[in-house]
Design a protein around this ligand. Structure first.
Ligand code: SAH
Ligand code: DHB
Ligand code: MG
Length: 223
């Protein structure tokens, strides 16, 4: 049967078999839960997809929008090529502090920088510092700005790099032309913009799992 119980059971089975957890990940989730952060991080199987993509592009430079407790951050940072760096942007200072601690405990304090503040304000600073180009950008912050973050990232991701955006399908509302909700409108607008964007080869993959029904947009930069 296609229901939430089944989706969660399958994610659990995937976790028990090909995507095991470990102490640092358990620790990061426990720290986030204790601190009262929302439990909205990528699932373990989704996190492994991010890891696989980071390795596939041989990423040495990653930008993440939306750190939360650092779960996806830890998974991607571990997969960086030697000497690689990851910058992650988080608006909520309390979340950022939890993330910094978990990232440190995971042994990734050197590779990862958590920047506090609204991502749109962090971007001009990154430009001034001449940071980038990035090998992979993961967009997972305030969803209404996903198209803005994508447009910015597109100018700053190397050919052969990837831009990945979480939460674009949103229980299927992506297909509703009359959607009034600004978050859904933003995901539709991004897809419509990509229809005439020659610089990327992109697709959106719908997902079900412990987090319900949603999906990732995955864009390869460089046509
Ligand atoms: N990537 C995380 C989950 C991120 S949840 C993981 O999978 O483990 C979304 C995060 O975006 C939240 O922590 C929220 O505080 C943050 N956020 C919301 N608006 C933001 C903004 N304008 N700039 C940066 N981060 C923002
Ligand atoms: C939610 C899920 C996410 O993956 C995210 O990045 C933000 C919010 C949610 O289910 O509310
Ligand atoms: Mg998300």
């Amino acid at each position: 049967m296609l229901d939430q119980e089944t989706f969660s059971a399958v994610d659990a089975f995937i976790g028990e078999t090909i995507v095991p957890t470990d102490e640092a990940l358990r620790d990061a989730l426990a720290a986030a839960e204790t601190a009262g952060l929302p439990q909205i991080q990528v699932s373990r199987p989704q996190g492994k997809l991010l890891e696989v993509l980071v390795r596939l592009v041989g990423a040495r430079s990653i930008l993440e929008f939306g750190t939360l407790g650092g779960y996806s951050t830890i998974l991607m940072a571990r997969a960086l090529a030697p000497g690689g760096r990851l910058i992650t942007l988080e608006a909520n200072p309390d979340y950022a502090e939890v993330a910094r601690d978990s990232i440190e405990r995971a042994g990734l304090g050197e590779a990862v920088e958590v920047r506090i503040g609204p991502a749109l304000e962090a971007l001009p600073v990154l430009e001034e510092e001449d940071t980038g180009p990035f090998d992979l950008v993961f967009i997972d912050a305030d969803k209404v700005n996903t198209p803005n973050y994508f447009a910015w990232a597109l100018d700053r991701t190397r050919r052969g790099g990837l831009i990945v955006a979480d939460n674009v399908v949103r229980d299927g509302s992506l297909a509703e032309a009359a959607a009034g909700d600004p978050v859904t409108k933003a995901q539709r607008q991004l897809h419509e913009a990509l229809a005439s964007e020659p610089r990327v080869a992109a697709t959106t993959i719908q997902t079900v799992g412990s987090k319900g029904y949603d999906g990732f947009l995955i864009a390869l930069v460089g046509g």
